[in-house]
Design a protein around this ligand. Structure first.
Ligand code: DON
Length: 563
């Protein structure tokens, strides 16, 4: 038998397709993406249409008022990265979330108008469409407009995505009028109509990104911000610019990986961890074994200390990209891993130095093999939960991803430093990791997930599960996960991720392992595998379809749709 041994994770079979595959967290959006592909659009066209559609049908994370990243790998083998993440307003200051005593004001960076970064999603989609798409703006936005204007019927998965947000949305008059009925949560079977959002989308369809950044939408958001103690100014919107960047690239056991560069930490951290793990026979050691787990944990510990201390917006800090992706640095880290005892996070600390969360990831591939991975977000579920009157647009709380105060954990428990301090015009450091893997010049896998700091380890695990453990894309995404992020110095696990015997071995080595009660749902990965159901089929050339897609079984409303 060639390739790694089979792992028998119990998961639904992947969805098959020969001409295209769209995997998103909401089934109506997946359908819209497939329709674009069927109409002759390419993967970027589909990604743009899905981006606008999710802003309507998945308001917990899909957005016009947030930001994100798009990793594109074209059929000719070239790849690029669009950074449309939020930027800090010009009036932002380093200590804006601290009180007179220098302590963080609870909720200031998450629940107030001060939490809002200048949104990038519309600029990102429009740049993607203009540079890499083939269809017109009206064609790509029309399905979203129809869903906002006519509404859509809420199914159980949609209702579930509102559960965490209802209380917060109820506090904002504009949000409450849209997302609640007479102050009560929307019920199963209700139709969610978003007329103001339809108007905003129509304006963007008619006049492009200018309608958002130069025109009436920016005016309405600035007005709401000024009325509610915020600092957003019209010039923040006028000056917003998407950055087109080189993706971070590395090679793991012969597979070429492109993923998110700074201002995301995702690609660098994934590459650093994979480079370390490449030195060990992970496939032989097996999924979920004590040895595989501790090697993953130690690699994560080292990579997250680098993440949390060294990385930031590339226009403001010098990111050690070369070092963190180098095989020599991985070798250094391996040499520091004690084979018998758990590492100690505090010893790695450089000398100088629970609430609901939602983001969404989608993966698309077209008939020509163009692949697109998008992760975008409002940060927390429904962001700030605030809608600027008249726009229907939910506003992000991305500013919380900055270091409010060195050493104080953020929403995701990340303890960060100076490189990620708040500065005007700067993007906060992200963990979002839209990733595309190729082999021998051909697309192999498209993957990513929401999950705050866990995005990195979720994406990493899915890649390892396919390459090292031989799982199909559905098993690779569904398999229970572990996570370590340097601080707090604990190994987090999903239920059933590790057997009692394994836990005893790890405890004996000094690891603290446990289920994190604050994280009941670990992301919603969306993935595509090309050429076979799993590595064995791909290598043997016995795949019956070209594309295999899977949405995380943890997701409640999503769908992989192929054609
Ligand atoms: O950019 C980041 O890393 C975070 N704002 C992502 C937030 C997130 O994934 C929340 N979802 N579960």
């Amino acid at each position: 038998m060639s390739g790694p041994p089979f792992a028998f994770a119990a998961s639904p079979a992947p969805v098959e397709g020969n001409d295209g595959m769209v995997v998103t967290a909401q089934h109506l959006a997946s359908r819209i993406g497939v329709d674009v592909l069927r109409d002759g659009g390419n993967a970027v066209d589909a990604a743009v249409a899905v981006g606008y559609a999710l802003a309507v049908v998945y308001p917990t994370a899909g957005n016009l008022g947030g930001g994100g990243f798009m990793t594109i790998r074209l059929a000719d083998g070239t790849s690029t990265f669009l950074d449309f993440r939020e930027r800090a307003p010009k009036a932002a200051t380093r200590d804006m979330y601290l009180d007179a005593a220098g302590e963080p004001v609870p909720g200031a960076s998450t629940d107030t108008y001060l939490a809002i970064g200048v949104p990038g999603s519309v600029a990102g989609f429009e740049m993607a469409r203009e540079k890499y798409g083939t269809l017109g703006r009206d064609r790509l936005i029309a399905p979203a407009i129809a869903l906002a204007r006519d509404g859509f019927v809420l199914e159980p998965g949609d209702i579930a995505s509102f559960t965490d947000g209802n209380d917060m949305l109820a506090k904002d008059p504009a949000a409450s009028r849209i997302f609640l009925k007479d102050g009560e949560p929307l019920s199963l079977g209700a139709r969610l109509v978003q007329s103001d959002l339809a108007g905003s989308l129509q304006a963007i369809s008619d006049r492009g990104a200018d309608a958002f950044y130069q025109g009436e939408i920016a005016d309405l958001i600035v007005k709401a911000s000024e009325a509610n103690g915020g600092i957003l100014a019209k010039s923040d919107f006028e000056d917003y610019a998407v950055r087109e960047l080189e993706p971070v690239a590395c090679n793991y056991r012969g597979y070429d990986i492109v993923s998110s560069p700074p201002p995301s930490s995702g690609g660098l951290v994934i590459c650093e961890i994979l480079n370390v793990l490449e030195g060990y026979p992970i496939s032989y050691l097996g999924y979920g074994s004590a040895e595989t787990t501790r090697l993953m944990v130690e690699a994560m510990r080292h990579a997250f200390v680098d993440r949390n201390t060294a990385l930031g917006d590339p226009d403001f800090v010098e990111n050690p990209v070369e070092k963190l992706t180098s095989k020599a640095y991985a070798e250094e880290i391996r040499a520091r891993i004690d084979p018998y005892r758990a590492g100690v996070s505090e010893e790695l600390t450089p000398a100088s130095a629970a609430e609901s969360r939602e983001t969404t990831h989608y993966s698309i591939i077209d008939k020509d093999g163009n692949a697109v991975a998008v992760t975008y977000t409002l940060n927390g579920s429904f962001g700030t939960g605030k809608v600027a009157e008249g726009t229907g647009i939910l506003l992000n709380n991305e500013m919380d991803d900055f270091t409010s105060k060195p050493g104080v954990p953020n929403l995701y428990g990340l303890v960060q430093g100076e490189a990620n301090a708040i500065e005007p015009g700067k993007s906060p450091l992200s963990s979002m990791s839209p990733t595309i893997v190729s082999r021998d010049g051909k697309p192999f896998m498209v993957i990513g997930s929401p999950g705050g700091s866990r995005i990195i380890t979720i994406t990493l695990s899915a890649i390892m599960n396919v390459i090292d453990h031989g799982m199909d894309i559905s098993e690779a995404i569904d398999a229970p996960r572990i996570h370590h992020q340097w601080l707090p110095d604990r190994v987090y696990m999903e239920p059933y991720a590790l057997s009692p015997d394994t836990l005893r071995i790890l405890a004996g080595m000094g690891y603290t392992v446990g289920i994190d009660p604050d994280w009941t749902i670990w992301g919603e990965a969306a993935g595509i595998l090309v050429g076979g159901r799993d590595l064995r089929e791909i290598e043997a050339g016995t795949g019956t379809a070209r594309y295999y897609g899977a949405i995380d079984s943890r997701a409640t409303a999503g769908a992989a749709i192929g054609y």
